[in-house]
Design a protein around this ligand. Structure first.
Ligand code: HEM
Length: 411
């Protein structure tokens, strides 16, 4: 379907486009003229299908689709982690074991189990350990004097947080981090990741987690793994389910938070007034605005379970619907001055963690805590941090990422 507001053949999931920029002006045109628009271009991001998909751009519509799992399924046709190029058809099938790809009532069962590990209390219990980690990471960067902010600072805390949360033993963390980084490395020349080594890393991570689950099921300890796999009357995860849960956390909780931190730093560097304000007042609203501004997950998708009316269009059974959080987070119907980075924005009903409904981000409070702790540590130890070049963006239509941001760490 042509759209007069867009150039012919414009493709909202072209990774080359996102390597340059997020198409915010094009989203704005669609929100005004064709808020549910058929993107006819086939593309590489599986799960969206080869025959096009609906681009949903308005905040209200993204929320509506997210909260109607009976009409818009996460289980049908889904293969979220196909962005990993080496994934085999069997592995795609196995991803049905991940909660992101489930519908109620299956999803409800798994979510109720894993939620135990993500209660506000469980997250608060990590705060002291993570604050220490954040300070140590920033102190090490300061020692170096300058470097790539992404690898020096943004990468490590999210991994440490997941490892702390699920209780990965200290001596196993190095290999967990290595597998996680390989899985999400895309074209990183330093890690020499190929399709095969990336897929292998995912498989190794799953089998490690399955072994850990087996060991804890046999001999429960006082950690989250034991609570998830060895719970008695409330139900528990099988060791294969646990394996995929850990894989999902390594992807869902890792690169997302890393990119939020990197984009947050870039936003502060390009908005010095906001950094001044942050240094002075540390407003508690800053982390949420960073997530709105960054929108690390550009979009997720659903599949219509029957013909459904959405705004002015009829979405046919089996058609895919892309929920463009990046667009919803700039919708002027909801946000005053959406193009402004304002760390005091309140209220801030952004959809960076999803549009509500059953799949709303499980790790939201952990992510907000991490972002908060990192910027506090930076403001304390290297308050005069400055940019030393333009950022290099990730080539991905799914994640809004930064691969490199050279900075000077000035106290
Ligand atoms: C789901 C974003 C951090 C675990 C999601 C969804 C989004 C998202 C957009 C999908 C919501 C939907 O489909 O409706 C983010 C962002 C993060 C972040 C932007 C960082 C800034 C984390 C962390 C963890 C995590 C730290 C865990 C350690 C999950 C899980 C799901 C999820 C398990 C699937 C929930 C389900 O299917 O029920 N996240 N996330 N996320 N996220 Fe996050």
């Amino acid at each position: 379907m042509d759209c007069p507001a867009l150039p012919d053949g414009f493709d909202f999931t072209d990774p080359d486009l996102y390597q340059r920029r997020v198409p915010l002006p094009e989203f704005a045109r669609l929100r005004r003229t064709a808020p549910v628009w058929w993107n006819a271009q086939p593309h590489g991001l599986a799960g969206f299908g080869d025959d096009g998909y609906w681009v949903v751009t308005r905040h209200a519509d993204v929320r509506e689709v997210s909260t109607r799992p009976e009409d818009f399924s996460s289980a049908r046709n889904t293969s979220v982690i196909r962005f990993h190029p080496g994934i085999t058809p069997q592995a795609i099938d196995a991803q049905k074991l991940m909660m992101l790809n489930m519908d109620p009532p299956e999803h409800t069962r798994v979510r109720q189990i894993v939620q135990r590990g993500f209660t506000p209390r469980a997250v608060r219990a990590l705060e002291t350990a993570l604050r220490e980690r954040a300070r140590a990471i920033v102190a090490a960067a300061r020692e170096r004097g300058s470097g790539n902010f992404v690898t020096d600072i943004a990468c490590e805390l999210p991994l440490q947080a997941i490892a702390e949360l699920i209780g990965i033993p200290q001596h196993d963390r190095a290999k967990i981090f290595d597998w996680s980084n390989r899985m999400i490395a895309y074209d990183d020349p330093e890690l020499a990741v190929t399709e095969e080594t990336g897929a292998l890393a995912a498989m190794e991570l799953i089998s490690y987690a399955m072994d850990l689950a087996g060991a804890r099921a046999a001999r429960p300890a006082r950690d989250i793994v034991s609570r998830l796999v060895a719970a008695e009357d409330e139900g528990s995860l099988g060791s294969d389910e646990f394996g995929f849960f850990v894989l999902m956390l390594a992807v869902a909780g890792n690169e997302t938070t890393r990119n939020a931190i990197s984009h947050g730093m870039h936003a502060f560097l390009t908005h010095p007034g906001q950094w001044e304000l942050y240094r002075r007042e540390r407003p508690a609203t800053a982390a949420e605005e960073i997530v709105r501004w960054a929108t690390p997950v550009v979009s997720f998708q659903r599949t219509a379970t029957h013909d459904v009316q959405l705004g002015d269009v009829t979405v046919r059974e089996g058609q895919r619907v892309g929920l463009f959080y990046a667009s919803a987070n700039h919708d002027p119907e909801v946000f005053d001055r959406p193009g402004e980075f304002d760390i005091t924005r309140d209220p801030n009903f952004h959809l960076g963690f999803g549009g509500g409904g059953p799949h709303f981000c499980l790790g939201k409070s952990l992510a907000v805590l991490e972002i908060d702790l990192v910027f506090r540590a930076i403001a304390d130890a290297v308050p005069n941090i400055r940019a030393a070049g333009e950022p290099r963006r990730l080539r991905s239509a799914w994640l809004n990422g930064i691969k490199e941001l050279q900075v000077v760490y000035e106290p």
